[in-house]
Design a protein around this ligand. Structure first.
Ligand SMILES: Nc1nc2c(ncn2[C@@H]2O[C@H](COP(=O)(O)OP(=O)(O)OP(=O)(O)O)[C@@H](O)[C@H]2O)c(=O)[nH]1
Ligand SMILES: [Mg+2]
Length: 333
C-alpha cells in the first residue's frame, strides 16, 4: 500500500492522512491498520490523566520538550471525552503547543468525541498504533479525568501518570473515578501553589506511607505496605507509584517525572509487566472491535425499521430488553 510505505518512510502528510482515515473508522481503516500492525510495538505509550485544569496539557508540552532534548521523537494525542462542550480547551492547547509544531520529531493530534465514548477509546488506540508504526518513540496521550472514559483510554497506555493539583479536593475525586487504581506515577502539578505538600501527603496517606497521624497510633496502614518503602520498583517485583512535584509552567520537576516514566518502562520490561499490559491492551481493543463488528453485522441482517420498532416496543413495555435482545440475536442462527 502506497500510503503505508510513505508513512513508514517518514512522510508527515501520509501520517496525517492515515490518522484521518483511522479516526473516521470507515471501511478503509482496517486494512490500513492491518498493514501497519507488524510495525508497531516499539513506542512507549504514556497516558496523562487528571481533573480539568490540573495542567495536563502544560505538562505534556514540557515532557515533550524534555524528551526532545534527549533526542527522542514524541507523538502527542489530546483526547477530550467532554467535547463538544470544551472545544475552547483544545484550541488553547493548540496555541500552547504551537511552538512545538515546527519540530519534525513531534506530531500532535487532538481528538474529540463524535459518537460514543467507546468509539473514542478505540479510535485513540488506533491512532496510537499509527504513531507507533510511524516510529514515534514516546507517545503522550492526554485525557481529562471524568470517569470511565479515561480509565478505558488509560488501558491503552504502558505508563499512566495521574496529575493532581493542590486545593481542588482532587484526592477525593480521584478515588471516586477509580483514577488512583490506574496510576503508575503521580504528578502533583502547580507545586508553586500553596497546599502542594498537603496534596503529596494525602496521596502518600492513600498509599499507606504517610506518618501515622496523632491519635491513630497502633493502627496499621490499609495497604499492608511498609511505611518506609521507597517509591518505584519493589523487591517483590511490584511497583509503588512515585509522587513527583512539578511546576509544568516553568518546566520544574519535569526531568524527574520523565526519568520516573523511563524507570517504569524499564521495570515493565524487566518483569512480566510489559507482557501483561500488552495482553490487557489487546483484550480492550479486541473487545471493542468485536462489539462494533457484531452490532454492525446484526444491524445489516435486520429488515429496515426493525430496530426502531423493537426500541419503541421496549419503551411501551410490550417487551423487555433481554427478550428483545435474545430475539435479535436469533437472527444469527
Ligand atoms: N501556577 C501554575 N499554573 C499552572 C501550572 N501548570 C499549568 N498551569 C496553568 O493552569 C491552567 C490549566 O493548564 P492546562 O495545561 O490547560 O490544564 P489541563 O489539565 O490540560 O486542562 P484541561 O485540558 O482543560 O483539563 C493554565 O492556565 C496553565 O497556565 C503550574 O505548574 N503552576
Ligand atoms: Mg488540556
Amino acid at each position: 500500500m502506497q500510503l503505508v510505505d510513505e508513512l513508514l518512510a517518514g512522510n508527515r502528510r501520509a501520517l496525517a492522512r492515515t490518522i484521518s482515515i483511522v479516526e473516521d473508522g470507515g471501511p478503509a481503516a482496517p486494512p490500513l491498520l492491518a498493514a501497519l500492525y507488524p510495525h508497531t510495538g516499539r513506542g512507549h505509550v504514556i497516558g496523562i490523566t487528571g481533573a480539568p485544569g490540573t495542567g495536563k496539557s502544560t505538562l505534556v508540552n514540557a515532557l515533550a520538550r524534555s524528551y526532545r532534548q534527549q533526542g527522542r521523537t514524541v507523538g502527542i494525542i489530546a483526547v477530550d471525552p467532554t467535547s463538544p462542550f470544551s472545544g475552547g480547551a483544545l484550541l488553547g492547547d493548540r496555541v500552547r503547543m504551537r511552538d512545538l509544531a515546527g519540530d519534525p520529531g513531534i506530531f500532535i493530534r487532538s481528538m474529540a468525541t463524535r459518537g460514543n465514548l467507546g468509539g473514542l477509546a478505540r479510535a485513540t488506540a488506533d491512532v496510537i498504533s499509527v504513531l507507533d508504526a510511524a516510529g514515534f518513540e514516546r507517545i503522550l496521550v492526554e485525557t481529562v479525568g471524568v470517569g470511565q472514559a479515561e480509565v478505558d483510554i488509560a488501558s491503552a497506555a504502558h505508563t499512566t501518570v495521574v496529575v493532581e493539583a493542590p486545593g481542588l479536593g482532587d484526592e477525593v475525586q480521584a478515588i471516586k473515578a477509580g483514577v488512583l487504581e490506574i496510576a503508575d506515577l503521580f504528578a502533583v502539578n502547580k507545586a508553586d501553589r500553596e497546599g502542594a505538600d498537603h496534596t503529596v501527603m494525602a496521596l502518600q496517606m492513600m498509599q499507606g506511607l504517610a506518618p501515622v497521624p496523632a491519635g491513630h497510633h497502633g493502627t496499621t496502614g490499609g495497604t499492608g505496605r511498609s511505611h518506609h518503602a521507597e517509591a518505584g520498583a519493589q523487591p517483590d517485583g511490584g511497583w509503588l507509584p512515585p509522587i513527583t512535584k512539578t511546576v509544568a509552567m516553568r518546566g520544574e520537576g519535569v526531568e524527574m517525572l520523565r526519568d520516573w516514566i523511563e524507570l517504569h518502562a524499564v521495570h515493565l520490561r524487566e518483569t512480566d509487566g510489559l507482557a501483561r499490559r500488552e495482553v490487557a491492551r489487546a483484550a480492550t481493543e479486541l473487545d471493542q472491535i468485536l462489539r462494533d463488528q457484531l452490532i454492525t453485522a446484526l444491524l445489516t441482517r435486520l429488515p429496515p425499521g426493525h430496530l426502531d420498532a423493537t426500541l419503541a416496543a421496549i419503551a411501551r413495555r410490550e417487551i423487555d430488553p433481554y427478550t428483545a435482545g435474545a430475539q435479535l440475536l436469533a437472527q444469527f442462527s
